[in-house]
Design a protein around this ligand. Structure first.
Ligand code: C5J
Length: 223
């Protein structure tokens, strides 16, 4: 089935497609976390929650695979590059104590995925120390073992971890469909630009669509 998208329809192959939800964590979406520490208005990301929730229900009902990612670091910060620690010159940095525990550290409350999109048992959660979900993770192996060649990508932020992951995936031979209404940025202009860059030049990094069109496709009989 072909899903309406930019720059042209995305031919969904149900048997080789997974939903990849990027970093819908409290640290990015709630006050007192990493996003807020960098001076961002975290409320800008919340518009993506509802559409992701509806999509997730439809995707699970269709029996297709879901994977989640979380950006964060070991409690001893051994996987935190000094450059990343210093970047932003913020008063509260990665590893420091905040209202949701230590900022961007695995096992802390802020590192959790928001309750609205909590993973179910059996849905892999990829813990990543970088912006891209393929860097220093087992994502490539997990996808290969399941025969996944296409990714429907959602999450935050559009121009940082979503874009980085889509570019990594593209170079590894995956077809990515990024959903406009299920991604978000602290800066709407960056969201729009990031999506435009993905679909430009005939889909140089992938496709851009919307969740209602994916849900409609899921409700149709596989062709
Ligand atoms: C950022 C992300 N923005 N998940 N991380 O630092 O996009």
């Amino acid at each position: 089935m072909v899903i309406p998208a930019q720059p042209y329809g995305f031919a969904l192959n149900r048997s080789a497609c997974a939903l990849l939800i990027i970093d819908m964590q409290r640290d990015f979406l709630e006050p007192g976390g990493f996003g807020a520490a960098l001076g961002n208005d975290v409320g800008q990301l919340r518009r993506a929650i509802g559409p992701n929730r509806v999509l997730l229900d439809a995707w699970r009902a269709a029996g297709l695979p879901v994977l989640h990612t979380r950006e964060g670091h070991r409690p001893d910060l051994a996987d935190l590059p000094p450059a990343k620690h210093a970047r932003g010159n913020a008063a509260i940095r990665i590893g420091d104590a905040g209202p949701m525990g230590r900022i961007l550290v695995r096992g802390e409350a802020g590192h959790d995925i928001i309750p609205e999109l909590a993973p179910l048992a059996g849905e892999p959660v990829i813990d990543k120390p970088g912006k891209g979900a393929f860097f220093a993770t087992d994502l490539a192996a997990i996808l290969a073992h399941r025969g996944i060649r296409q990714l429907v990508v959602t999450g935050v932020t559009t121009e940082v971890c979503v874009s980085t992951t889509v570019r990594e995936a593209n170079d590894r031979g995956f077809d990515c469909l990024v959903l406009d209404d299920c991604t978000a940025s602290y800066t709407s202009a960056f969201h729009d630009s990031a999506l435009a860059m993905i679909a430009a030049q005939g889909g140089i990094f992938g496709w851009v669509g919307t969740s209602p069109d994916v849900i409609t496709a899921l409700s149709q009989e596989p062709s």
